[in-house]
Design a protein around this ligand. Structure first.
Ligand SMILES: Cc1cc2nc3c(=O)[nH]c(=O)nc-3n(C[C@H](O)[C@H](O)[C@H](O)COP(=O)(O)OP(=O)(O)OC[C@H]3O[C@@H](n4cnc5c(N)ncnc54)[C@H](O)[C@@H]3O)c2cc1C
Length: 440
């Protein structure tokens, strides 16, 4: 018998109270709060770092905690605020630090800070492990199956939290899924990268980079057709992180498309770097510090929950009895098509129709509960919204906040019978407030 053969059956079965799939912003928030409230919590992550898009995807900044009022009180608090304080203490914030509107942060320090927070809470973290599928017992997940170097493993939890961004677990459990718009148009991903050894003094005004990129496209030297506004951001004294290239026609649930996305993205990144070295003073000695580990995915599955949060809630500043947070970020959609016109239509229809200072909408617990599945909740990019609302809710700090809410809901459910839908919403809101959340 071959001792190295890998059977189709699980080689091990583990038990825990709460199993969280995905260690991005949402998963971190969920795992920390579940564990802090006493649940034996396991966090499964396929890469070898926490932070998801925020670290491995090199997404530049934590979006504003109060979008409509730069110096207004933060709406996103609790664990999202704690992350900010810990990053600040670890010297992991740049520019205006905690007071910045868009909070630029150091990816490597963030990875360490997230690990410290999760481990201090008592979470069992498992890297290099990919969630594959579930076994069901009626409308409940009975086991989740993962794959790693060790082979297939089974995880039996009382409650599951899908923080995979893509809704992998909820979809495998049979939850109803929404994707794109009526024509299945989806926001394109972007492959972020960091350039180092930029002579910032010589460069002067960083907007010169945007102007150079525009010129390069007009001259036909840059092939990237990207036409959204935030093409580059700055961090550190001599480095720049670029949120630059849109990869079109890329189905981010398809491994061939993801592969093409990073290969194309890397070509575009080097093409831009060569162009900047040639044409922009200050870039002569610059070089590629790193391209991202993850393709920056904006849109895949949205799980249908007990409630679908729609863009109307944004425009009407709508609140719900079961709100677990409030937020006010704009409806930030990126056009699926490779032409500036459709992007500008989106700006007109959504992004530029911003609400005003002091206006915010509520995020209800119901849009985090996978409809028809008893023991699965979601947080982050895959929660139950219509497409325009996804544009607002999908940010890094709001994902942490949603994660904190479902993690806390899971822990409270376990104290009282074990079902998400039996959680006393008032108790959940009170517990979240005690843990620093802002639910006015
Ligand atoms: C290019 C780009 C720029 C952006 N800019 C900003 C910005 O400046 N500020 C901001 O706040 N937001 C920004 N966003 C939005 C934000 O990055 C995401 O929406 C946010 O990361 C969502 O968090 P999440 O935890 O739901 O998902 P993710 O961050 O995607 O995390 C999901 C995690 O789950 C893991 N995972 C996935 N599937 C599995 C599986 N089957 N098994 C095990 N692990 C799995 C992944 O490896 C990942 O670590 C940007 C997004 C993109 C794409």
């Amino acid at each position: 018998m071959n001792p190295y053969s890998r059977p189709f059956e699980p080689v091990a079965e583990h038990e825990c109270d709460v199993l969280v799939i995905g260690g991005g912003s949402a998963g971190i928030g969920a795992a920390i709060s579940a564990a802090r409230h006493g649940a034996r919590t396991v966090l499964i992550e396929t890469t070898c770092a926490l932070g998801g898009n925020g670290t491995s995807g090199l997404v530049p900044a934590l979006a504003p905690y109060n979008y409509n009022q730069r110096d207004g009180q933060p709406y996103l608090r609790g664990t999202a605020w704690e992350v900010l304080e810990r990053l600040h203490r670890a010297e992991g914030l740049y520019g205006l630090g905690m007071n910045a509107w868009w909070k630029l942060f150091d990816k490597e320090i963030a990875k360490r800070v997230f690990e410290e927070m999760v481990l201090e809470a008592g979470v069992h973290v498992r890297y290099f492990t990919f969630f594959h599928t579930v076994e069901m017992s009626g409308s409940k997940v009975s086991r989740a199956l993962t794959v790693s170097k060790a082979g297939i493993e089974a995880w039996k939890a009382k409650l599951y939290i899908d923080a995979s961004g893509d809704g992998d677990l909820a979809a495998a459990a049979g939850a109803s899924v929404m994707m794109g718009d009526a024509a299945d148009d989806r926001m394109p991903p972007t492959y972020c990268f960091t350039v180092m050894n930029v002579n910032r003094k010589q460069l002067g005004d960083p907007r010169k980079v945007n102007l150079a990129m525009k010129r390069g496209k007009e001259q036909g030297r840059l092939c990237n057709p990207n036409d959204h506004r935030g093409e580059k951001d700055i961090f550190g004294p001599d480095a720049m992180v670029f949120n630059y290239n849109h990869i079109y026609e890329c189905d981010c649930l398809n491994a061939d498309d993801l592969t093409r996305g990073v290969i194309e993205g890397r070509q575009i990144a080097f093409e831009l770097l060569d162009y900047l070295k040639d044409t922009v003073p200050g870039f002569e000695q610059s070089n590629m510090a790193t391209t991202a580990v993850l393709l920056g995915v904006r849109e895949t599955r949205r799980i249908e929950g007990d409630y679908v949060l729609k863009a109307d809630a944004y425009f009407d500043s709508h609140r719900h009895d079961d709100d677990i947070a409030v937020y006010d970020y704009a409806l930030d959609l990126h056009a699926a098509k490779e032409n500036g016109e459709s992007q500008h239509e989106y700006y007109e229809m959504y992004y530029d129709k911003r609400t005003g200072p002091g206006e915010f909408f509520g995020i209800p617990l119901r849009c985090l509960l996978a409809k028809g599945i008893d023991n699965v909740a979601t947080a982050g990019r895959c929660v139950s919204t219509d497409r325009p609302m996804l544009g607002s809710i999908r940010q890094l700090p709001s994902s942490i906040v949603m994660g904190q809410a479902v993690g806390t809901a899971a822990a409270l459910a376990l104290i009282n019978g074990g079902a998400y839908r039996d959680v006393d919403v008032k108790l959940l809101q009170e517990t979240l407030r005690q843990d620093g959340a802002y639910i006015p």
